[in-house]
Design a protein around this ligand. Sequence first.
Ligand code: ADP
Ligand code: MG
Length: 265
Amino acid sequence: MTAKVFGIANQKGGVGKTTTALSLAAALGEKQRKVLVMDLDPHCCASVHLRYYPGTVSNTVYDIFMNEQAATDSSLPDYGWLWSRIINTPEDLGFDFAPAAVQLADLDGDLKNRPGKGNILNQSLEILRDRYDFILLDCPPHLGILLVNALVASDMLIVPIQTDFLAVHGLKLLIDTVKILNKALPEPLDFRALPTMYDKRAKACTKVLDLLNTKMSDRLFKTIIGMDTKFREASAMGTVISKAAPGSRGAQAYKALAEEICTLW
Ligand SMILES: Nc1ncnc2c1ncn2[C@@H]1O[C@H](COP(=O)(O)OP(=O)(O)O)[C@@H](O)[C@H]1O
Ligand SMILES: [Mg+2]
């Protein structure tokens, strides 16, 4: 097993990053894949969604960045031990979960003087790569050291695009960021766009999908995620859509995405 690390990123909020991380993880889990979801957003939306409330969980991904050993000497910290404290295995979801902390918002200041600060997450993930098939990183929207760490650690990006015109702007921002970063990365980072919240009756949606199809069909998932109110219901219930409403269109869409991903990788 060598985990594929997927960053789920878009520099726009509310486009379906967190929903994609959790729903896709559950769908991959149903296909017997070992999956870990990591909440890397200081807003902790994925953590709150799964009832890992900030301030009440004692270990979070923040510990990976702030462990004292890495800060004080140059030897590698015991990441295996650290991760074993951070990673939870909720009984009924079918995937493992590493919660976030609000302190992640201060990371740029915290790591100001740390050498190799963009590579911390990547280095810490090495030990997890033979334990999982997929590691999904729920990325923060703003560009900072946290997003840089996520991009450096990722083998590929999944970029949810809300199918309206404004949201396409997030894609442009992210492509620009990846371009800058690719100059420093040993291998360029590839991405696939995922149309989300698609409403076939809305002109704006069909227009954007046409645009995506003509501009970047080779970098577009075949699966399209439609609008479904069941996502919000699942979140209110603290679970994933495949548990809250297994027969719903939303659950079926992420199931199709999981199939597509398993045939590609
Ligand atoms: N396909 C969808 N249909 C309807 N609502 C959705 C869909 N995907 C996400 N949502 C809802 O939209 C809101 C924002 O989604 P979220 O995944 O949190 O975005 P992000 O992580 O990019 O900020 C949430 O309330 C979520 O339940
Ligand atoms: Mg989010």
